[in-house]
Design a protein around this ligand. Structure first.
Ligand SMILES: CC(=O)CC(=O)O
Length: 710
């Protein structure tokens, strides 16, 4: 330990009893190697990729046929996107439901949602056996509707039981799932469905958020008439009772809507088939399983297709081997169906744990998640860094108000977790738990920098690089020096490509133009690969620390790599600023949200750091607050980090998944047209125009006469 090492905040009581340590011992013995530390194991897993992932398959008892070795071409670069387990056959849903046979009465899913004064459904507990039956029924409905391997099934609605059943039934047939959250605007949904042309749409009649009913049915006519190929069948789920609100009556909608293209069904009718056990169509490891859309802000959303086998074995690596989640655990990840954390959550079923679903606002009543944790004995709670920050401001004394008796891990993602919030969690929520800041994202539908139960937690750092991923920064072995996050070796959760995939994956692809397939694959290559070595570029700016306690190096994420700031040659990420300001002291001063970007000056040779600040209603950015911001940044970082301008704005633009958009706003304030930003990808596109005006004014004041970015 050196004086610059961050404080160790937690350490496992019994690291050798963790799954990762046991697997390392098994590998050491089997391969005659000595893997004494996590770092040894991580290095071995990166150097022996076929063997490592094959060991994960065996250790996890994956149901299916692994096929013979070799399991991957070890010489292939990430850019070659090699096929993994080329002869394997497996089914994702079969593996998620595999615990039903031995433990039919275990609770598989607890389905909960936000209440209103006139809508208070009790939590639904669904046993393993019941879940299998529900999937069999939904599968029968899908078969009757003609759904087959490779067809797309889309879901639009809340994170409720029927969404999970739809996902499981879709994948049981080898069909491809895609989902949009209930709060996605209809334009965003049109843009997604138009790209993937689903055969079947399952849609909720509405949901509750912020104690209000949000009906979706009124949006359906616009959706259907806008799609060039409306789904042949649409199934409507009564998540809100008909009588709640006359705008949401499913009966009226079913009677009133006849467009002749899509056939409407009630969920209850669609699944009206005998329960029993579904059939499982085993497909190839590299066959598509679901399509996620990236929250890119220019152009159409990227339709990222993930591979079946990778999604299965990597989730087991993540949840069981590195997270020690297993039967008896209750896993609650706060998510909507529009975020990749949805798949991350449902994949917890394969461990035998109970998965808790909650649909609604996590903060309208800030006690909500903590009440669920107490009421249902949640042991693993996943949330976002933003949520933890908000809780620290609006409901700080969680640990005094809640027992949190079984809680042993809190996972945080979505954006980097500031060091102060590590302190907050350990001081105000619970001391004896693993606080895992984790990072990955839509592009890989998983986590590749994250938690490991065998390792300590250091303040402000992600614990480790996950097994099987040769993560590095472009500053390479010069650890502690920030650089771009890259993956140096191929990995099995690399997406198959963007939709539409090459024809070998398209059973019904005869109507897809080759030019569209080629354009999608070219966009895929362009999105992630930019050097001759064929490394994967993830788009993050990161610092990987020296290894401590054998942890393979901790990671500090510093913002999107293309949002890197560089005033007077000092490179730093927006997170360096956010981590100072995301602090209850600033919330108390009225700061709600901030965004940092660079304004190019000196012909583009230099830039000035601009901090946009949104204040809570009725609060103004006064001189005292400005002074506090500057002095805090100066003392926490350096004088070079102090923004050249601090500007109050009415809103900070956010993607549908709640991410700030530094890169497009940087372009806008430097003169690029706002039309390049796709408004359907934002929660609050109306605020963009304000940034156009601010950009013009700032450029005029800085004497920038010609816009420097297009
Ligand atoms: C795991 C993640 O990285 C989640 C996200 O930020 O989208």
């Amino acid at each position: 330990m050196t004086s610059t090492d961050p404080e160790q905040l937690w350490a496992p009581a019994n690291p050798e009893s963790t799954q990762s340590a046991k697997l390392a011992a098994h590998v050491s013995q089997k391969y005659g190697v000595q893997l004494s530390t996590y770092e040894d194991f991580w290095r071995w897993s990166c150097a022996n990729r076929g063997d490592f992932w094959s060991e994960v398959w065996d250790w996890e008892g994956v149901i299916g046929d692994k096929g013979p070795a070799p399991y991957v071409d070890e010489s292939a670069r990430p850019k070659d996107n090699p096929k993994w387990f080329p002869n394997a056959r497996l089914n994702w849903a079969e593996n998620q439901l595999r615990n039903a046979a031995a433990h039919p009465a275990d609770v598989a899913i607890i389905d909960t949602c936000e209440h209103t004064s006139d809508f208070k459904p009790a939590p639904r507990e669904v046993s393993q056996k019941e879940l299998v039956g529900l999937v069999a029924q939904a599968q029968a409905g899908m078969k009757a509707a003609g759904v087959q391997k490779g067809h797309r099934v889309a879901y639009w609605g809340g994170n409720r039981l029927e969404a999970a059943v739809t996902l499981l039934a879709t994948t049981s047939l080898g069909a491809i799932f895609s989902s949009a959250a209930a709060d996605f605007g209809v334009d965003g949904v049109i843009e997604r469905l138009e790209q993937i042309k689903p055969h079947l749409l399952v849609v909720s009649n509405g949901c509750v958020y912020n104690q209000k009913h949000h009906p979706l049915l009124p949006l359906l006519p616009r959706l259907f008439t806008s799609l060039s190929h409306p789904p042949a069948n649409t199934v409507i789920i009564n998540h809100l009772p008909d009588e709640l609100d006359d705008k949401v009556s499913v009966s009226q909608f079913l009677e009133g809507w006849h467009d002749g293209h899509t056939k409407l069904h009630r969920w209850a009718d669609f699944v009206n088939h005998p329960a029993g056990v579904p059939t499982y169509e085993r497909i190839g490891f590299n066959d598509p399983i679901w399509i996620l859309f990236s929250s890119g802000t220019t152009g159409k959303p990227k339709a990222i297709v993930h591979r079946c086998g990778g999604m299965l074995i990597d989730a087991l690596r993540e949840h069981h081997i590195q997270g020690d989640i297993s039967r008896g655990d209750v896993f609650f990840q706060y998510t909507t169906t529009g975020w990749m954390m949805y798949q991350y959550l449902i994949a917890g079923l394969a461990t035998g744990a109970t998965v808790l679903l909650y649909d609604g606002s996590p903060l309208k009543d800030p006690a909500t998640c903590w009440n669920l944790i107490d009421a249902h004995g949640v042991s693993i709670f996943g949330t976002s860094a933003k949520y933890i920050e908000m809780v620290s401001k609006v409901y700080p004394d969680v640990g005094k108000k809640h027992a949190l008796a079984r809680l042993r891990q809190i996972l945080s993602t979505g954006s980097p977790l500031a060091a102060d919030l590590f302190d907050y969690v350990y001081a105000n929520i619970k001391q004896d738990l693993l606080l895992g800041s984790v990072s990955g994202g839509t592009d890989i539908c998983s986590v590749f920098a994250g938690r490991c139960t065998a390792l300590p937690v250091y303040r402000g750092e992600i614990q480790c690089r996950q097994l099987g991923f040769y993560l590095d920064s472009t500053s390479s072995d010069a650890h502690e020096i920030p650089g771009e996050l890259i993956v140096r070796e191929a990995f099995p959760i690399e997406p198959v490509g963007f939709w539409p995939l090459p024809r070998e994956y398209l059973p019904d692809g005869q109507n897809i133009a080759q030019a569209d397939i080629d354009a999608a694959q070219a966009r895929f290559l362009d999105s992630y690969f930019k050097d001759d070595a064929g490394n994967w570029y993830h788009g993050d700016f990161v610092k990987i620390t020296r290894s401590r306690a054998g942890n393979s190096g901790g990671l500090v994420f510093l913002g999107r790599s293309d949002g890197v700031l560089n005033p007077q040659g000092i490179r730093f990420g927006p997170m360096d600023i956010y981590s100072v300001l995301e602090n209850p002291a600033f919330a108390a001063r009225g700061i709600e949200e901030t965004l940092v970007v660079g304004l190019l000056v000196d012909g583009g040779n230099d830039e000035k750091v601009i901090l946009f600040v949104k204040m809570y209603d009725g609060k103004a950015l006064d001189d005292e607050c400005l002074k506090l911001i500057k002095t805090s940044i100066r003392s926490a970082r350096s004088a070079r980090h102090v923004p050249a301008r601090i500007v109050q704005v009415s809103d900070i633009p956010m993607t549908l998944t709640g991410k700030k958009i530094e890169v497009p706003i940087r372009k806008v304030i430097n003169g690029a047209p706002v039309a390049a930003i796709n408004p359907a990808t934002l929660r609050n596109p109306a605020c963009l125009q304000e940034y156009v005006g601010l950009g013009e004014a700032m450029r005029a004041e800085e004497g920038v006469l010609v816009p420097l970015l297009q």
